[in-house]
Design a protein around this ligand. Structure first.
Ligand code: GAL
Length: 691
């Protein structure tokens, strides 16, 4: 990275900092330096931000909004990410006047501006000029100009256009004293746009397969093309794996997913490179989505200063449809996504968009329970976030998303969520800087490719990989532990407990990281069940792990929903649900199914688990593993979760009953021993649940 932090610091006009201090008491307390650099989020001061669309409001409103933001303790504001047509109404005719004025107004109020590149919404003139950029759905239909994200990642010509606008923006604002950083594009893959099946995609995929395999013989072998006469005689005969009567080759499908994922990365990198040289000292990030797995996020993490994501806890909860969490979100799912951000990039992450009230886009759109907007912000900070930025400043009056709440109502008055966000800003001032996040108690290996493979070859209904990994994560968190989600191949040596809920392709890096780890390791079903070419390993699953874990999986069953096979062992009881394997092994059996077959086997510190389990089983399994690993646990009710950040212990109560922190908890920085529903407490650890 070529960041020159000091440049930026020097350039920032002092008057703005002073002025910022005057904008409000909270602002003065938490303002900190107004200019960011790549290291900014590490400074430890929890920071509030907001997403703002000045172009939707009269200019006379901008200074009023800016002053009000500062008065409410907001110091970061993201703008611009959909405004390409205003920036460049006709090819090459840039109109920066309005943006110059917005940036100046925000900067003068003491706000650090995050500029979004507007590449999720190419202008109508550009689409008319270059229709090849439009994505094509699996049904063969081209998605037209309209709404947003109407482009395919495969289009090199579109990438070039994006580089052009990103460069132009960076050239104009890259060194602007008010600009603290960049968001590239907006939510890659949102609205089903990771995959596209048009002519440019086909050409791109063919070229990619030619590069990967070199000869068609290799491609035919890798894809198992002899099955059903699928061999091709040249790369020009390679088609996209779409619109076939029945399953295409799974290896081909996996390659298409890999190809599509790499296109996102290419698209991303091109803009990062366009911006960096003209914007020294400023960070570059992009805003990921929660529970979104269509492309591999890890390589993108390597090209940004920190990861950020858009947290809509009720939106995600609606997908699972359990009324219990309708108004709070699931206690472990938002947290899971925070922890994924730390796996993507070690630097403190941002919440680029935080739900401020009801959203408009989920199946049902309830209003959050009072207190949840505050709780979600603090929970993000507890997991290591540097900034929580609400979407958006004011609920819109026009266009799409009018029904989506903001920190203010459409008439400009503060909303319920706005009040809670302002409360968080006041509390930040009270709590002070937060310590850095330390290593967690447990590592959980999470792999995007496995998600794709489980979609390609589920082998039955209800086999969603994310549900499975999140069930292990939730069980660990329910025992009061902090979980570090890590990439396959990450160093595991420092962890006393490592869990691998399921990674289908075990490459050398993962195998050797596991072999070198002295801690307790729990390996879940289907791990090592495929080669890099999506074939069954010749030694049977768990493939390359067979050496250290001598097991052969000889049969598998995808179970009907509702089927529960009792599993019993010492300290292990519950039911297998969804997936069951038959294990051929001489290893000691730790738990058996009711027909006497082995369900969990293992030697001293290496266990293999041959099923997906219900919550009781998964919790018992994680508990037994923690005991084996010598970790201290604190079993929690399912609506309470803990999280350590340095020496601070956070407790979150997703309701509905109050929860009492352990008697020795304290001294409290926020809240007290009795943690009310939809509320939280922070105390200095070291006493009370120190681990
Ligand atoms: C996000 C998106 C925003 C806005 C928001 C509404 O997915 O990035 O632009 O649409 O959702 O919840």
């Amino acid at each position: 990275m070529t960041h020159h932090k000091d440049d930026a610091m020097l350039q920032y006009p002092r008057r703005s900092i002073l002025k910022a201090g005057g904008a409000g008491a909270i602002g003065a307390l938490i303002a900190g330096p107004m200019v960011a650099n790549a290291a900014e989020p590490a400074q430890g001061t929890a920071t509030m931000g907001v997403c703002y669309y000045p172009e939707h409001w009269p200019e006379s409103r901008w200074p009023i909004d800016a002053a009000e933001m500062r008065a409410r303790g907001i110091t970061r504001v993201r703008i611009g990410e959909f405004a390409w047509t205003l920036m460049e109404p006709r090819r090459g005719r840039y109109d920066w006047g309005w943006l110059d004025r917005v940036v100046a107004v925000l900067g003068d109020a003491g706000l650090g501006v995050v500029l979004g590149t507007p590449t999720a919404t190419p202008p109508a003139w550009l689409v008319a000029e270059l229709p090849e950029i439009l994505p094509v759905g699996a049904n063969g239909q081209t998605k037209g100009f309209g709404s947003r994200r109407y482009y395919t990642f495969s289009s090199a010509r579109y990438r070039a256009e994006c580089v052009r606008i990103a460069r132009a923006m960076a050239g104009r604002y890259g060194r602007h004293p008010a600009v603290v950083g960049w968001q590239i594009d907006n939510e890659y893959g949102c609205h089903d746009t990771t995959y596209s099946y048009g002519p440019v995609d086909l050409a791109g995929f063919r070229a990619w397969t030619a590069r990967r395999y070199g000869t068609v013989e290799r491609l035919n072998a890798a894809w198992g093309a002899v099955v059903w006469s699928q061999q091709v005689g040249s790369f020009d005969e390679v088609g996209l794996p779409v619109a076939t009567p029945y399953d295409p080759s799974p290896a081909k499908l996996l390659d298409y997913r890999r190809y599509a994922s790499e296109q996102v990365k290419l698209f991303h990198d091109a803009q990062v490179q366009a911006i960096r040289p003209s914007s020294p000292g400023r960070f570059v990030t992009t805003n990921f989505m929660g529970n979104f797995t269509e492309f591999d996020h890890y390589p993108i993490g390597d090209a940004i200063d920190f990861a950020s994501w858009d947290s809509y806890p009720l939106g995600i909860a609606a997908g699972r449809d359990d009324p219990r969490w309708d108004r709070t979100g699931y206690p472990d799912i938002t947290a899971w996504n925070h922890d994924v951000m730390r796996a993507i990039s070690p630097a403190p992450f941002w919440i680029m968009e935080q739900q401020p009230g009801a959203v408009n886009w989920a199946r049902y759109n309830p209003v959050p329970m009072p207190g949840m907007v505050r709780l979600w912000a603090w929970e993000a900070f507890a997991h290591g976030a540097a900034v929580v930025s609400h979407f958006r400043w004011r609920q819109g009056q026009i266009g799409q998303e009018q029904m989506h709440a903001g920190l203010n109502l459409p008439d400009g008055t503060i909303s319920v969520g706005g009040r809670e966000a302002a409360q968080v800003a006041r509390e930040i001032a009270k709590v002070g800087p937060l310590p850095p996040t330390a290593r967690g108690d447990v590592a959980l290996v999470f792999d995007y490719q496995t998600v794709w493979m489980a979609e390609i070859q589920p082998n039955g209904a209800g086999q969603q990989h994310l549900d499975h990994v999140q069930s292990w994560y939730a069980a660990l968190r329910g025992l009061g532990l902090d979980v570090d989600i890590v990439r396959p191949g990450a160093d595991l040596a420092g962890y006393r407990l490592v869990v691998v809920p399921s990674v289908w392709i075990v490459d050398d890096a993962l195998r050797s990281a596991l072999e070198r780890c002295p801690g307790t390791i729990v390996i879940g079903p289907r791990t090592g069940s495929k080669t890099a070419d999506f074939a069954i390993p010749p030694t049977l699953p768990p493939g390359p792990l067979g050496k250290s874990l001598p097991v052969r999986v000889t049969q598998v069953a995808a179970l009907r929903a509702g089927t529960a096979i009792p599993v019993v062992g010492t300290d292990l009881a519950g039911s297998a649900h969804g997936w069951r394997e038959w294990l051929d092994t001489a290893l000691p059996v730790l738990a058996r199914y009711d027909d006497g077959e082995a369900a969990v086997v293992g030697s001293e510190r290496r266990w293999y688990v041959g099923c997906r389990g219900d919550a009781t089983f998964t919790r018992a399994l994680m508990k037994a593993a923690c005991v084996k690993a010598g970790l201290t646990i604190l079993p929690l009710p399912d609506h309470v979760r803990l999280r350590r950040r340095g020496d601070l212990q956070f407790a979150f109560n997703y309701g509905p009953q109050p929860w009492n922190a352990p008697v020795d908890a304290g001294p409290f920085l926020l809240g007290g021993r009795r943690v009310e529903p939809c509320s939280l407490a922070i105390w200095r650890a070291g006493r009370g649940m120190a681990r």
